[in-house]
Design a protein around this ligand. Structure first.
Ligand code: IPE
Ligand code: IPE
Ligand code: MG
Length: 225
């Protein structure tokens, strides 16, 4: 049976969720942050799951209206500050991915602080993808290693990425069937699950069902069974 050691989620549909009930888009982001908490706690209690990587803000999301971007930055800072004791209680290590240099100094400090304070935790690793884009991650990785004398190997490039771990199960909520620049290298052999559920309505019971289906899939990695 497959183990979903590394689960990655494209948490999409916050804005539509809010608009459906006549609320402002940002209310959807607030509701979405609560689901991040629930799903992280669930994964931290599931011994099969080692890593949970969540797409929170893409390199393309800067194109949104300034007020929405500002709201998301504030929400992220608030989330991380509130979450620190919960990470520690649940033995969760926080390992952000993405280029956080684009964020305010204060937000960068909060991100680094939570990362350092949870560095000793050896339970679930929760990675939030923050100002993350797979193409940007690959470019930064190539630039890091391009001056080495030998030819670049697959291993060298893989290890120069922010996220060095292949994904087993990749889920996208919100009904669209695309990867939106998320973990393109790491998801090379991931099993993909798309659900119409909007992220604020996603639940641990839906995740459980998806994991159950995942465990039954025959993964061949290009070989034969
Ligand atoms: C995902 O929800 C959260 C972020 C991209 C920050 P959206 O904000 O994309 O919600 P929809 O897709 O517009 O409904
Ligand atoms: C993907 O959602 C990014 C995150 C969930 C953070 P988007 O809403 O930005 O993706 P597109 O624009 O629909 O592809
Ligand atoms: Mg969206």
């Amino acid at each position: 049976m497959n183990r979903a050691k590394h689960i990655a989620i494209i948490m999409d549909g916050n804005g539509r969720w809010a608009e459906l009930s006549g609320k402002k888009r940002v209310k959807g982001h607030e509701a979405g942050a609560k689901v991040v908490k629930e799903i992280t706690t669930y994964c931290s209690n599931n011994k099969d799951i080692e890593r949970l990587t969540l797409y929170a803000f893409s390199t393309e999301n800067w194109k949104r209206p300034r007020l929405e971007v500002e709201f998301l930055m504030k929400l992220l800072e608030k989330y991380l500050k509130n979450e620190l004791p919960i990470y520690l209680k649940n033995n969760v290590r926080f390992e952000p991915i993405g280029d956080i240099r684009a964020f305010s100094k204060s937000l960068q400090k909060t991100i680094k602080d939570v990362k350092e304070k949870t560095a000793h935790c050896d339970g679930l690793v929760q990675s939030l993808a923050l100002n993350y884009g797979s193409q940007d991650e690959m470019l930064r990785a190539v630039n890091k290693i391009r001056n080495c004398e030998d030819d670049i190997t697959q291993e060298m490039l893989g290890n120069a990425l922010d996220c060095k771990h292949s994904v087993d199960l990749l889920i996208r909520t919100g009904g669209d069937h695309r990867l939106s620049n998320f973990l393109l290298w790491q998801a090379a052999y991931a099993e993909l699950f798309f659900t119409d559920t909007l992220w604020p309505d996603f639940s641990t019971s839906e995740l459980e069902k998806i994991i159950k289906n995942f465990t039954k899939i025959e993964r061949r990695f290009g070989g034969l069974k």
